[in-house]
Write a protein that binds this ligand. Structure first.
Ligand SMILES: [Zn+2]
Length: 432
């Protein structure tokens, strides 16, 4: 619809770009706005840069043949089908510089063969990916010379907003977001919002995000730049930021990480078979024994993840806990994982462990009635309920980057706000 070259405007200082976009968009919004509905996606216009005129290349007389790689194809079969023959192929791939980039081919890739008017092959173009191709020029002595051609996608910035009636997924689809973009959104806010339990009708979200375009067609999703979520009246804002050390993450406007230092659960798929309970009647012992953790039932062999960064301080077998791992984290926090069928290679005492690394597998070792993970969360030796304990935030932005971040964040959140407001006002008019 609008041909834009935001990648070029990205070279401008951020504040300038945001100002340009924010000032020049409102007129377009009105034109693009749907008359009703509760979701929208619009393209954020950037300065329009006139492209340089394409060079006119004199075409030598001859013809070309394009072959798409089919499943089961080899280089030989592609060359044969194009009528180029295999002897020229063998001559070309005797040169390692040519052989390496073209020896592995996949269905869907494309070769274009150019012949002169004497049927001699003069050029082969290999489109490895939409962004990467190779050109092999063949001289009169049948020697090839390869050159690599890389394209840079245009980055288009878009705004979307939606009100949730049913689920985040449905609302995201209605707003025109791809599955990938909805997953990005769920991942950013998943630390704060349980998208199954916490979502209420009337919750809203809005976001600025990037899409990569090539020759006017969408190639892939880019990242979310900034997003806002209204969940049960609570507003959460996240901004993507790369600091000078190269760390890229999503941060709250005050520089706090959107992530937590701990995963809420050590497994992705599970059923809670027994909750934290100081007065539980023990199923095996049949007497009141405090249940100091949460039991997650899952099939034997299900991977168990370390919920936070730390150091393995114990990995051993006990008659009650079975195969058990204890991790020491910062701030006096320890986590314990019991009844595992086996340890992973990372579960050696003294090993440093990262959040999400697999430390072992679900089992039924020790005193149990069935396969499950018994998980404990201790703060300075006091057992807390893993399902409800307040999880500390992951490392915030380093203080030396805070000044630059805050300036950027206020610009980008301001831009998001301009769109939110325009949408809200238009919506009011639509209701009249
Ligand atoms: Zn238990």
């Amino acid at each position: 619809m609008f041909s834009q070259f935001l990648s070029k405007t990205n070279l401008l200082p951020r504040a300038h770009l945001v100002a340009v976009a924010a000032c020049s968009t409102l007129v377009l919004i009105v034109a693009l706005w749907p008359s009703q509905g509760q979701s929208v996606v619009v393209e954020v216009p950037a300065q329009i840069v006139v492209p340089e005129p394409e060079e006119v290349v004199e075409q030598a007389p001859g013809y070309s043949v394009t072959e798409e790689v089919q499943s089961g194809d080899t280089l030989s079969s592609v060359f044969e089908r194009a009528g180029a023959g295999v002897s020229i192929l063998y001559r070309l791939i005797a040169n390692d510089d040519i052989k390496k980039p073209i020896e592995k081919i996949f269905p869907g890739q494309e070769f274009t063969f150019k012949f002169d008017d004497q049927d001699a092959l003069v050029q082969v173009n290999f489109n490895a990916t939409p962004l990467l191709s190779y050109q092999i020029d063949i001289d009169e002595d049948k020697n090839g010379q390869i050159s690599k051609l890389e394209k840079t996608p245009e980055i288009h910035t878009k705004y979307a907003t939606a009100r949730i009636d049913d689920s985040l997924f449905m609302a995201g689809m209605e707003a025109g977001l791809s599955d990938n973009m909805i997953m990005q959104l769920a991942t950013i806010f998943g630390w704060d919002i349980d998208f199954v339990l916490d979502i209420r009708e009337g919750d809203e979200f809005s976001l600025l995000y990037e899409e990569n375009y090539l020759d006017g067609e969408k190639l892939s999703d880019g990242p979310i730049i900034a997003a806002r979520f209204m969940n049960r009246g609570r507003e959460i804002t996240a901004i993507r930021y790369t600091d000078e050390s190269g760390r890229t993450d999503y941060f709250a406007p005050n520089g706090d990480s959107m992530r937590k230092a701990f995963l809420r659960t050590p497994m992705d798929v599970f059923r809670i078979s027994s909750s934290f309970n100081p007065n539980r009647r023990h199923p095996v012992l049949n007497k009141i024994v405090a249940h100091k953790g949460t039991d997650y039932a899952a099939p034997v062999g299900t991977p168990i993840k370390a919920t936070g960064d730390g150091k393995i301080i114990k990995a051993y077998y006990s008659s009650t806990y079975g195969n058990v791992v204890i991790i020491q984290h910062g701030a006096g926090i320890r986590t314990l994982y019991a009844h595992m069928s086996k340890f992973s290679k990372y579960s050696r005492v003294g090993n440093r462990i990262k959040q999400g690394q697999v430390i072992g597998y679900v089992g039924a070792t020790g005193r149990v009635t069935g396969a499950h993970l018994h998980y404990e969360f201790q703060v300075h030796g006091v057992h807390k309920n893993p399902q409800t304990v307040d999880l500390p935030n992951a490392q915030p932005l380093a203080t030396e980057y805070l000044g630059d971040f805050e300036q950027y964040a206020s610009n980008v959140v301001g831009q998001l706000g301009v769109y939110d407001q325009a949408y809200a006002q238009k919506k009011l008019i639509a209701f009249e």
